[in-house]
Design a protein around this ligand. Sequence first.
Ligand code: MN
Length: 714
Amino acid sequence: MASHVLKGITFIVLAFAFSFAVRLIWVYQFNDFESFKYAGQFMINTNDGYYWAEGARDLLTGISQTHDLSPIKESVSWLTYVFAMLLPLSFETIIFYMPAVLGSLVVVPIILIAQNLKMIEVGFLAALLASIAVSYYNRTMIGYYDTDMLNIVFPTFLLWSLILALRTKEEKYLLMTALEIIAYRWWYPQSYSLEFSFLGLILVYVLIFDRKNLFNFKLITIMLLAMMGLPSLIRFAGVIMLYVFFKQEKWQKFLWYLLALCVILFFVTGGFAPIWYQLKSFVFKNAIEMSADVLPLHFFSVIQTVREAGQIDFTVFAERISGHTITFILSLIGYVLMVKKYPAMLLGLPLLGLGFLALWGGLRFTIYAVPVCALGIAYLLFTSSVYITGLFVNEKLGNIVKSSFVILSSLGILYPNLLHVIEYRVPTVMNKIEVEQLDRIKSILDREDYVVSWWDYGYPIRYYSDSKTLIDGGKHNGDVNFPVSFMLTNPQESAARLARLEVEYTEKAFVLAEENETKSKEQQHNIMNNTAQMTLDYGFKDANDFLDALQTPLSLPAKTRDIYFYLPYRMMSIFPTVAQFSNIDIMSGKTIRQPFIFQTTRFKDLGATLDFSSGVVLDKAKGMLKIGNQEVPVKNFIQTAYTPDFKFVKEQNTIHPNGLFSIIYMQAYNTFLILDDAMFNSSYIQLFVLENYDERFFEPITLEAYAKVYRLKI
Ligand code: MN
């Protein structure tokens, strides 16, 4: 084996081992946490991972259900499925370790790029840094089972093959580039924006600097073919054929026809459509509004509650890319110097640019700038070390100073990132007891049954209990969140009827949407929001009248399956947010009076008063609650607890029959709840906190301190 190949492999193996070993710190830290483990393995720590896990599970068991939202055609599920078939490891082990293994692959293209520039040490340091840089680590850490594990690996490979294509003009890089584009698009369909930026940059470069070279036009042709709006397999076959064609000198003269053909096909097959759609949504913001419904309703927008979408400050931005602001700024200087020496490095701009989008578009983009910045800082460090050696007359002394400088600075660059890894102690999504309970109900419920819960628990519920859900990590717009929020925050009678209606209407809407695909425009069903459809079906014009009517004995649609309510303790802290989604007049879009719910574990008994913190104080003798400078009479004081043999008990005292707020002390959780009447009567509080289930509508299935599950009786 040629020595440079051996050298490259050695550095890659070392960098990979480093990246993987750093990711094991989490495992080491939580080794004794039995609550983080299930089925003999750690559970994953990202909610969305349960989506892919559901798809992979269904692929492995060969189950395909209609309308269950399981991603059995998606890339992550498929790759997991293939690993699970090939490897002698448990499914839980595979999904837990996959991100650490695949994410660490980012070291390969980084080292390969540097090796081509004849400075493999730069690549090695850059690989070490990139593999554990704050944002890259966060999204490829062990257990972070999501598309992120390859989202940076693919474009970094693309960067490598494009740089080498331009620098070496070797045909094999045409093939690699095209195959990477196909694989990247398969893995992550949103990848087109980066592919377009790369293509655009190549076009500009070729047209301005290098028009004479046929090789460049071959590159553009094969990239267009790889990016077309055709199925992956067809593009794959086309790319292979084109590559074989390019290898034949005598067919060179047909290149221009092929290029023209690819340009035409590219547009005809909708290759440009994703970008066109993006532009349209920017330029004509109002044009793509929802088509007017017979009954237009207004729902709460989920973006109003998502924190990530905001602007971030520069220090946070820099630290997430390089671990430290100074490192980040130096890395940009290094990148500029690198581009001056090696113009092909300009191809790093799309990745860098996408990273900078984080300043406006939210934290999740910083991850893209990581590899390019890592190369930049490593390059700066090694070029300055060469400069330092030159300062010394004594060569030996110069080398010692140089080596110390390189080693110390490298450690200095890695240190803040390592520190972050050690401090970033992310918990698993679920705990063992919760998962055991979901696994138990799996044997009770049917695969076609629905479990009603807030969207945060949708994917884990579907994965562990093999059921269906109304909302989940991907389906949680205001209109679908509304009915679930309504069920959880309204009395049991309305909640029960709406649950039956929503499930049956959701199933019906799936069928109608499917039928629409085969019908002409005129014959298509008009599918509107379920709540709007129900309102009209029950003969109302105002959706609020329909919602009020849920308290009366409406005739309900035929029951096609069972429905369960999954009410976890976890939801307590986000219950005010849950409530927001139905605390809206959907006819006008205006917010209704804010419901009052206050939860605290920081309270002090001061004898005559009970201080709940945040300016909420109970005057025990008067039974009055002071909230800021308001004073309101307390209606109920309730205490819940478990007996030593785990029997749920509660004790209720009415203080002022006409009181406004109720106080609940949940001894098992050492938590106080203060609620207004509406919140007190909500299904979640009645069913989870008090176990006051209305026997006409609900029957308990499993009642545990972490979560309570009820079956709907209607
Ligand atoms: Mn399913």
